[in-house]
Design a protein around this ligand. Sequence first.
Ligand code: UN1
Length: 509
Amino acid sequence: ALASQVEAAIARAGDGGWRAAPLVPGAQASGPMIAVTSPADRRRQVGQWQAADTATVQRALANAVDAQAAWDATPAASRAAILEHAADLLERRMPQFIALCTLEAGKTIPDGVAEVREAVDFLRYYAAQARREFAPQPLPGPTGESNALQLGGRGVFVCISPWNFPLAIFAGQVAAALAAGNSVIAKPAEQTNLVGWHAVTLLHEAGVPEAALQFVPGDGATVGAALTSDPRVAGVAFTGSTDTARAINRAMAARDAAIGVLIAETGGQNALIADSSALPEQLVKDALASAFTSAGQRCSAARVLFVQEDIADKVIGMLAGAMAELQVGDPALLSTDVGPVIDTDAKCLLDEHAGRMQGAAKLIAEAKLGAGTEHGTFFAPRAWELQSLSQLTRENFGPALHVIRWKASDLDAVVDAINATGYGLTLGIHSRIDETVDRIVQRAKVGNVYVNRNQIGAVVGVQPFGGQNLSGTGPKAGGPHYLPRFATEKTVTINTTAAGGNASLLTLG
Ligand code: UN1
C-alpha cells in the first residue's frame, strides 16, 4: 500500500510544481527561481527554489534574535509536545516525503522509508530527552540554601544539513536545537531545498513559531558564510564535508563575538576488515549493503574492504558475482538497488576517480547501468583492488569500493593505516575470533564499530552516530550527549534563610 501511495505522490508531482523559497517573516522575496531537476532524469523538472538574498539573511538573523527569548521561556515539555506533533504529522505524510526524497535526492523507496523513520525517531528522541532533562534539576547542598541546575537555549543556532539525508539529518539538527530552546535558521544543502522547505513548513504547522524556525536557502559561499560569520549566531550544527566544516570553524573563530559552538559531522574513509574466519556469504552481503546502499552516498559507507589473503580470491569472486546482479536505475522502482548520484559534479568526481584508478588499480567488478539511465547522473558501482590504502587520497562519495589483501601478521598495521587516514567514522569487522575483534576495536580510532553486520543505518538512540578526528567534533547524533551541547547551563543558588552570606562558608566554618 505504501508503495502505491508513493507512486501516486510521484505521479502527482509530474507537473514539476514543488516550490521552495525563504521562510523569513517580514522579508520581501526577490531573485530568480532556480530549477530543480531529478537526478534520475535531468530532463524532468521537479520544482523550483529561490535563494535568500542579503537583506533576507539579515532579516532572518534579526528575527531569530527577537524570537529566541520567548521560545526559550516556553516550557521544555511544550516544546517537546510540538516536536512530537511534528513527528506524528511526518509519519502520516510519509508517502509525500518519500516521493520528494526520490525525485529531488534520487533516493530509492526503501531509503526514503528509512529516511522518514529516522527523522521521526530524531524528533521523538530529543523531545523525550528535553522533557526529562530541561526541567530544573535540584542539586544537593547545604542547609539554608537551594541549588538547581537549569538548561536553556544558547541563542540562535544555524543548522546546515546535507543532501544525502535531507530529511533525517535536517530533522535531527533542528529538533535538538529547538528542543533545547534555541531559535533556528535552517540552511539545507542547495540540492535538497524542496525537502527542507516542506520539513520547515510541517514544523510550523505543528506549532513551532515562524520566527523561531526560519528557512534560508542558498549557497555556502554567500548565504552559509553570511550566517556562520555573524556574531549573533551562538552555534552551528553542520553535516557535510570536512573542508566545509573547517571553513565554518574559521568563520566562527574570526568573529568578534562570544566563542560559538560548532557541532560538525563530516567525512570518512571507512574500512571493513575481514579475517579468514569471516563467513564469506555474510561478508559479501554486508560489504555490498555497506558500500552501495544509497549509491554509496552515506558518510558511514564502506570504502575499503581489507580481506585476509587466504579468503581473498573467494571473496573477490563472490563480490564480483553479486555486483553483476545489482539493479542500477530509476529509484522510483521498487526493484532498484542503486539509484543515481546527487548531481553532475558528484558524477564528475567519481568519473575522475575511475580515471585515476585505471592503470593504478585492478578493476574487480563493475555493475551494469540499467535501462533509462542515460538522462540521469548515474555512476556504475565499481570495485577495484588496491595495493595500499595510500592510493586513496580523498573520500569518494559514491558507489566505489576498494579491496586490499592483508596477511595475518599485519593486523595491527592495517588498523594503524586506517587510523592514519585521519578519518574515524565507521569500521566494519567480520571475524569469528573474539580476540581479533577485541584487538581491532581497542586499536581503531573510530566512532562506530559494527561486527559481523553491515556498517550503515545507525538507529537513533540505539547506535549513537558520529566520528573522531577528521570525521567530526562529536557529540554523537541520536545519543545522550548531543542535545546538551545545544544548551547552556545555569546554576541557580537561593539563600533560603533570613541571614546574609553564604551557606557553604558557614558550613565549612
Ligand atoms: C551520513 O551519511 O551523513 O548510519 C550519516 C547511517 C546513517 C547516518 C549516516 N544513520 O548510515
